[in-house]
Design a binder for this molecule. Sequence first.
Ligand code: ZN
Length: 285
Amino acid sequence: METEVSNQQHTCKTCQNTFPGVYCNRCGEKVIDPKEKSFRYFLGNVFNAITFVDSKFYRSLKLMLLKPGFVSSQIIQGIRTPYIKPISMFFIVNLLYFLMASSDTYNTRLDSQLNQMPYSKVVRGIVEQKIEKENISLDVFRVRYEQQSTSLAKLMLIVFVLFTGVFILFLNMRKKLYFYDHLTVSLEFNAMFIFIGNVVLHWFMFLLIKFISWMGISLDQYLTDPVYTSIAVIIAMTILYFMQRRVYQDSVVWSLVKALAFIPCLAMSIIAYRVILFFVTILTV
Ligand SMILES: [Zn+2]
């Protein structure tokens, strides 16, 4: 499609540089092909903008699901244009997660903060003070807290990427890569962990439970928190194992050891993230 214009010399409309090909080699401006002004092309752009669905997105998502670590290793080597930026993939998945409100992992409810965390005692003290000072009921406070917490969590999730990025750096200190490269790996890891472990798993379990109960069997007694946690651990270990193999070229044994060592790191990252989310929320609500 771009062959007719690509061999000629052009003068850049933006910076007046003369260059061969489609993109200006000084400022990156693109030569417009008259076809790109057609109505059909415009509709295609609108569709892409609304759905994020373009070939880069599909290709990257497919590779991230089927070959974890492949896109990161390509990007670290400098092969970037065929793929969506890992940070964009992360925020698209993040958006899906919050749209579906699928689980409590990142968007932590007040009741989880009050009762289920190792630091819950501190949370209870602070919340009691707050509702006493403002003279409101816990129910009124809960609504306000959760609105604020949810809107903060959408941005704060990047803090979680930083924590897991630091742990990935520690696990791979000897590889002589930049922290930036480990962050690329962390973004891909978290995008897929949220996508498979929350969005996909949530809907899979939802449909499975519907189907099973339609046959007259109840799964409730088996689907406890430890079961969900175990599934999440297996998903996280599988993704990290393949990332160690592909990005860091570790042996099978080392990849397994690091995938196992990563689980407590992930748990610590979740706790640290929830502590920070709580304090930022309580200070701004
Ligand atoms: Zn230019």
